[in-house]
Design a protein around this ligand. Structure first.
Ligand code: ADP
Ligand code: MG
Length: 152
């Protein structure tokens, strides 16, 4: 397990950090995003999708629970379990994509699905330092160390 702490001054910087990680994705990875509401998880996902090579519009999937962003033959599945007391049927969908090597899984508010998530994942914990400032704590399983290549 490695950990990097990166401070960003605005949303663009957060997106740019995420874009570097997105560019390192190969398929089969799981990224968990942790923060308060408005912390920047969806903003971070926007950068991930851009780096991953998807032109699809990234928005909060709060009401649909999951969204898919395509990049060639690969897919990024973006889940948001905000305020869901249990994952229900979506847990099956999540379990399916977690085993698909063509899919990258990005999760917001993943508390209710912790038992399904692999140890081998990248976790980004975002905290607000001031209005536009954020601190990103990036925890990476050793097997996924290639994901943080290129980060300062
Ligand atoms: P979440 O998905 O965690 O609820 P969002 O990404 O939807 O958060 O919203 C984050 C909000 O904070 C956006 O309006 C974004 O523009 C703003 N913001 C301001 N500064 C930053 C920063 N440094 N990093 C990320 N978002 C920021
Ligand atoms: Mg969000």
């Amino acid at each position: 397990m490695s950990m990097k702490v990166i401070k960003t001054a605005d949303a663009n910087q957060t997106e740019n950090i995420a874009e570097i990680i997105g560019g390192n994705l190969r398929g089969g990875e799981v990224i968990e995003l942790v923060s308060d509401l408005g912390g920047g998880k969806t903003t971070f996902t926007r950068g991930l999708a851009r780096g991953f090579g998807s032109p699809d519009r990234v928005a909060s999937p709060t009401f649909t629970i999951s969204k898919v962003y395509k990049s060639g033959s690969k897919e990024m599945h973006h889940f948001d379990f905000y305020r869901l007391p249990q994952a229900g049927l979506i847990e099956h969908e999540l379990a399916d994509v977690l085993t698909d090597k063509n899919c990258v899984v990005v999760i917001e508010w993943g508390d209710v699905v912790q038992h399904v998530l692999p140890e081998k994942r990248l976790t980004v914990a975002i905290t607000q330092t001031d209005d536009d400032g954020r601190e990103l704590k990036i925890k990476c399983a050793d097997e996924l160390s290639y994901l943080t290549e290129g980060l300062s």
